[in-house]
Design a protein around this ligand. Structure first.
Ligand SMILES: Nc1ncnc2c1ncn2[C@@H]1O[C@H](COP(=O)(O)OP(=O)(O)O)[C@@H](O)[C@H]1O
Ligand SMILES: [Mg+2]
Length: 289
């Protein structure tokens, strides 16, 4: 175990609105750098809660347990410190920010990251001469990442997500991820239908960025995203616990059998609609790595 790993031990989480009702009831999970872990599970099993708890969303309270990340006690860190330590959460429904250009937004995000965990008072990331990213370097970085993601450069001048199509929003999420070069990317592709183009964009983005210094926690109800991104490990989350872990074959088994047999083996009941997690909507695609 390296101190770069994300190590979650016996994590119990409840919503702030109902702190006595635990949604996560003891999660143990280790994600090493360079590994892709998929978390699958029926609706309401706690997948999004896990993503939010890791990022420090204020609507959730950690009741007990520990999370180590980059050698730090993650749960003691503010959201922005978690981000500065290389954790990235991709939103399913990114917000529009009229008046803020994509370029300024990305530049501020990069500069905030450059502050590091314990800011050096001589560093002023808004100033290119005091630790901020110089304009030339910024342009080069964004161009390079846009090319990687096959994005049109004209997007840089537009306002963040303003009038963006679903696919453009996804691409911008991936571009943010690419320029920030996180060490841990958490993607919560919640249950509601991501269309096939959006899935491809996410998958291409993730695959283009996979590297030995980045771990990925890919949260998905459906197996189909895993046709494009090959996970090292697949975990089944149900009723707030990881009830089964396995290799990528586990995702295929879920596709074929649904969640029901796995839940039944644990004495859990499937909720209506979770019997067939994937309705074979499209042909299986080649995996990209
Ligand atoms: N902020 C919250 N307040 C109250 N209940 C919540 C909150 N967030 C999630 N829950 C409940 O916790 C359960 C798990 O939710 P969630 O983590 O969104 O599951 P999943 O992403 O696996 O569908 C659901 O029953 C949901 O209603
Ligand atoms: Mg969810």
């Amino acid at each position: 175990m390296s101190d770069q790993d994300l190590v979650i031990s016996d994590l119990h989480v409840a919503p702030v609105a109902n702190p006595d009702h635990e949604i996560l009831k003891g999660i143990d999970l280790t994600v090493r750098q360079g590994e892709v872990h998929a978390i699958m599970g029926p609706n309401g099993s706690g997948k999004t809660t896990l993503a939010y708890a890791l990022m420090g969303h204020p609507a959730y309270v950690v009741k007990s347990g520990k999370v180590l990340w980059q050698g730090q006690d993650l749960l003691k860190l503010s959201v922005d410190k978690r981000a500065r330590l290389g954790m990235f959460l991709a939103f399913q429904y990114p917000m529009a920010v009229p008046g803020l250009s994509v370029a300024s937004f990305l530049r501020s995000a990069i500069n905030a990251h450059r502050l590091g965990l314990n800011p050096d008072p001589t560093v002023d990331p808004t100033d290119a001469f005091k630790g901020g990213i110089p304009m030339g370097e910024f342009r080069k970085l964004v161009r390079e990442k846009m090319a990687l993601l096959k994005m049109d450069e004209s997007i840089a001048a537009r306002y963040v997500n303003e009038g963006f199509s679903g696919g453009e929003k996804k691409r911008l999420e991936m571009l943010q991820m690419a320029v920030l070069e996180p060490h841990m990317a958490i993607l919560d592709e919640t249950d509601s239908g991501l269309d096939i183009d959006a899935l491809r964009i996410v998958a291409e983005g993730v695959n283009a960025m996979l590297n030995p210094n980045m771990g990925v926690l890919l949260i998905t109800h459906y197996q189909r995203l895993l046709n494009y991104i090959t996970p090292d490990t697949v975990h089944v989350l149900a009723a707030g616990r990881i009830i089964l872990s396995g290799g990528k074959d586990l995702a295929l088994r879920l596709e074929a059998e649904g969640y029901e047999p796995i839940l039944a083996a644990e004495g859990l009941e499937a909720t209506i609609g979770d019997e067939a997690p994937e309705a074979a909507a499209e042909p299986a695609m080649e995996t990209a790595h």
